[in-house]
Design a binder for this molecule. Structure first.
Ligand code: OGA
Ligand code: NI
Length: 366
C-alpha cells in the first residue's frame, strides 16, 4: 500500500519561484555529481557536454501513404530509433496542431491561476491524482524543481472528470478530446512496434489489456523559472515505468535531456511533433530488444516550461513478461513476470531513481 500523506509539508515550486527569491532552498540543491553540468562518466569534471541535437524524426504519413518502399524504409527508421535511442519524434501524426496548442495552453492557464484555485486539487501519494509537487515519499529527499497535475484517462473505471480542474472552463473538454486523439496515435505506434519486433500487429496492445482495458494517464509538468538552474533539476533521471510515453513538449523552451551513453543530450524537437519514448514495460515485453532510456529535465532562469506527458500503459494488474516469441535458448527471458502496479509502486515511493526499478531475473528461463 502506498502511504496516504506526504512526509513533509508540501512546497509549491511555482510559489517559491514567484516569490522572487534569488537563491534556492537547500531542499532543491542536488549533490555535485547530479548537477546539470556534470558528465556521467566523470562526475568530478565540469563539462557542458550537452548539445542541442535532433532525435530521429519520423514522418508517419509515409506509413499510410500506399508507397510500399517508403513504408518499409520508415518501419526500419523507427526500428533503428527504438533500438538505438529509445526516443524518437513523430510528425504528420494525425493529431490536430490546434488541439495540441489548446491542450498545452489550457494547462499553462491552469497553472497561472491563484494558489487557492489549484490547492483544491492537492494530491496525496495514495493515488497521485491531482495537483502535486513531488514524486516519492522519502522524508528529507532532495526535491525536483517542478509542479504537476496528474489525471487518469483510461480505463474508464478510473477516469473521473470530477477530479479534473473546472477552470479554465474549456479544460475538461479540451483534455478529453486531446486524450482520445493521443490514445489513437498510441495504438498506431504500438502496432508499428509489434510489427517491427516480428510479432502480430496487435501483440503489444493485447499485452496491455486491449483497447478498452489499457491504462492511460496524463501528467502535465510545470517547470517554473529557477534563479539557480545549475544547482538543481526539473525532473531527476528516470526511465518511464509504463509502456510508452507520448510527450508534448513546450514549443518555446527546451529542457528535456536524454541519456546517450555517458552524455546527456538536450532534445531539440520539430515544432508540433510529439516525442515518443519506450517505457520499462516495453523493455520487458520485448525482452530488452527495446530499452527504456533514462532522461531528465533541466530548468532555466528566464522562462517557465510546460510539458504534457501522456503515459500509455498496460492495465495495472496484468502480468507483464517477455513475449514467448522473443525468448530463445540464446536469449533467455531476462525478466520475471511482474505487474505494472509493482513497478509503479517503486517510483511512487522512492521517487525518480534512474532505472533502479527494472531488475533482471536472476534465474532466467527459456
Ligand atoms: C516525464 C518526463 C519530460 C519533460 O514526465 O516522465 O520525462 O520534458 N517529462 O517534461
Ligand atoms: Ni519521463
Amino acid at each position: 500500500m502506498a502511504c496516504q500523506e506526504w512526509p513533509e509539508p508540501v512546497i509549491r515550486v511555482q510559489t517559491l519561484s514567484e516569490s522572487g527569491i534569488t537563491s534556492i532552498p537547500k531542499r532543491f540543491i542536488k549533490p555535485q555529481f547530479q548537477r546539470p553540468t556534470k558528465t556521467i562518466a566523470s562526475p568530478n569534471k565540469t563539462s557542458p557536454n550537452v548539445d542541442n541535437i535532433y532525435i530521429p524524426v519520423i514522418d508517419m504519413q509515409h506509413l499510410y501513404g500506399g508507397d510500399k518502399k517508403l513504408r518499409e524504409e520508415t518501419l526500419q527508421h523507427i526500428s533503428d530509433a527504438c533500438k538505438g535511442w529509445g526516443f524518437f519524434q513523430v510528425v504528420n501524426h494525425g493529431v490536430s496542431h490546434e488541439l495540441m496548442n489548446c491542450a498545452r495552453e489550457v494547462w499553462r492557464e491552469f497553472f497561472h491561476q491563484t494558489l487557492e484555485v489549484k490547492e483544491v486539487y492537492a494530491n496525496s501519494p495514495s493515488t497521485y491524482e491531482g495537483y502535486g509537487s513531488r514524486l516519492g515519499v522519502k522524508k528529507g529527499a532532495i526535491l525536483d524543481w517542478s509542479d504537476y497535475f496528474f489525471l487518469h484517462y483510461m480505463p474508464s473505471s478510473l477516469k473521473d472528470q470530477a477530479k479534473w480542474p473546472t477552470l479554465p472552463t474549456s479544460l475538461r473538454n479540451v483534455i478529453d478530446e486531446y486524450g482520445a486523439e493521443v490514445v489513437k496515435l498510441g495504438g498506431r505506434i504500438l502496432e508499428i512496434m509489434s510489427i517491427n519486433l516480428g510479432l502480430r500487429e496487435d501483440f503489444l496492445l493485447n499485452a496491455f489489456g486491449g483497447e478498452s482495458d489499457l491504462g492511460a494517464c496524463l501528467r502535465t509538468n510545470f517547470y517554473p523559472k529557477c534563479p539557480q538552474p545549475d544547482l538543481t533539476l526539473g525532473l531527476s533521471p528516470h526511465s518511464d515505468p509504463g509502456g510508452m510515453t507520448i510527450l508534448l513538449p513546450d514549443d518555446y523552451v527546451s529542457g528535456l535531456q536524454v541519456r546517450r551513453g555517458e552524455d546527456w543530450v538536450t532534445v531539440k524537437h520539430v515544432p508540433s511533433a510529439f516525442i515518443i519514448n519506450i517505457g520499462d514495460q516495453i523493455q520487458v515485453l520485448s525482452n530488452a530488444i527495446y530499452k527504456s532510456v533514462e532522461h531528465r529535465v533541466i530548468v532555466n532562469s528566464n522562462k517557465d516550461r510546460v510539458s504534457l506527458a501522456f503515459f500509455y500503459n498496460p492495465r495495472s494488474d496484468l502480468l507483464i513478461q517477455p513475449a514467448k516469441e522473443l525468448v530463445t535458448k540464446d536469449r533467455p527471458a531476462l525478466y520475471p513476470p511482474r505487474t505494472y502496479d509493482e513497478y509503479r509502486h517503486y517510483i511512487r515511493t522512492k521517487g525518480p531513481a534512474g532505472k533502479a526499478q527494472l531488475v533482471e531475473s536472476s534465474t532466467s528461463q527459456t
